[in-house]
Design a protein around this ligand. Structure first.
Ligand code: NAP
Ligand code: ZN
Ligand code: ZN
Length: 347
């Protein structure tokens, strides 16, 4: 066992604190990663605060991880000491179910093993990336291309893949009108990726306060959802809407913005149910869908796509002792556009 420095939540209601956690001894297929940077995803906050259900504490979260391989197990074939690697939201799956066999292990029918807060194969609870090291099965370790700045790369492992996957699945591209609801961590990556795919991109944000940023990130249009005129002007307009909002919004109002056969994909994960009227779906034969992260294969495809198109997240680098303050800023929609923890501050 390896004892490593970490930041952990002692309970759902207390601030995160410095602590130590255990990492398992390297198995033959395991990779030991010295973590360099870890992104702060809104899901980390939902999880530690018990929004999605009770957790076992203390809990170290963080599932946007990049670092260097420092040791490999005897049977590891795909990674070498010194490699720049990444770990996202899952670290294992059953590998036998129909979805795993189809290369869609994020939808493992037995539940994929989350990077934190999941029961690992040895029965312990997985602990995430707000720590100096992590041990991960090599099949769940990604290669981070050299031309993606390392200090900005971590958010690709969740915010990047969670937006890339539905944009690719629903064919965002030339001739398609795509709207992104919420310009936070996921939203700003959705804008960059949809723009790089060739789609016409619109940001739907609560206010116009981030309009200049949105246009700079690649949006063609930017509207405030606090202005009722937005919903009149954009009615029946979009082929695809990606909703990244972490809270309950009036879905019928957003669905009414879809053109014929358009789809609204929810990636935001509020704790409460999202009510919709089916009559909104009857109009324009609209679809309402969800999407969860992406497969390991698709995550590598996304990393390579971002490298090819020169895409990287916009980040604000913080020290480990700034995590609690960063959480409050994320909750206040005051993030530009992803907090990334410099893990050297934990050593
Ligand atoms: P974030 O950085 O906090 O961004 C969310 C954005 O939503 C905010 O910046 C804000 O944008 C908007 N927003 C927040 N509260 C709102 C409200 N009450 N009404 C309207 N708009 C509001 O969060 P994130 O890290 O991108 O994550 C977003 C959501 O996706 C979270 O619920 C997270 O758990 C979930 N998630 C899901 C998956 C998946 O696999 N499906 C993966 C990762 C994360 P504006 O200021 O522009 O309005
Ligand atoms: Zn996440
Ligand atoms: Zn499976």
């Amino acid at each position: 066992m390896l004892t490593v420095n970490a930041y952990a939540a002692p309970s759902a209601t207390e601030p995160l604190i410095r602590t130590t956690i255990q990492r398992r001894d390297l198995g033959p297929k395991d990779v030991l990663i010295e973590i360099a940077y870890a992104g702060i995803c809104h899901s980390d906050i939902h999880t530690v605060r018990g929004d999605w259900g009770p957790q076992q504490y203390p809990l170290t979260v963080g599932h946007e991880i990049v670092g260097f391989v420092t040791e490999v197990g005897s049977e590891v074939a795909g990674h070498e000491v010194g490699d720049r690697v990444g770990v996202g939201c899952m670290v294992n799956s059953c590998r036998e179910c129909v979805n795993c066999l189809a290369g869609q292990e994020q939808y493992c029918l037995k539940g994929n093993t989350g990077t934190y807060g999941s029961v690992d194969r040895d029965g312990t609870i997985t602990q995430g990336g707000y720590s100096t090291h992590v041990v991960v099965d090599e099949d769940f370790v990604l290669r981070v291309p050299e031309n993606i700045p390392f200090e900005a790369a971590a958010p690709l492992l969740c915010a990047g893949i969670t937006t890339y996957s539905p944009l690719a699945h629903w064919n965002a591209g030339p001739g398609k009108k795509v709207a992104v609801v919420g310009l936070g961590g996921l939203g700003h990556m959705a804008v960059k990726i949809a723009h790089a795919m060739g789609a016409e991109v619109t940001v739907l944000s609560q206010t116009l306060s981030k309009k200049d940023d949105g246009l700079r990130l690649g949006a063609d249009h930017y509207f405030a959802t606090s202005d009722p005129a937005t919903f009149e002007q954009l009615a029946n307009n979009f082929d695809l809407i990606i909703n990244t909002v972490s809270a309950v919004i009036d879905l019928d109002a957003y669905l009414s913005l879809l053109a014929l056969d358009g789809t609204l994909v929810n990636v935001g994960a509020p704790p409460e149910a999202l009510p919709i009227h089916v009559f909104t779906l009857f109009g324009n034969r609209r679809s309402f869908a969800g999407s969860g992260i992406g497969s390991i294969g698709e995550t590598q495809e996304m990393l390579d796509f971002c490298a090819e198109h020169g895409i990287a997240p916009e980040t604000e680098l913080i020290g480990a002792d700034d995590i609690n303050a960063a959480y409050e800023r994320v909750l206040a929609s005051d993030v530009r556009y992803r907090f990334v923890i410099d893990i050297t501050t934990l050593r």
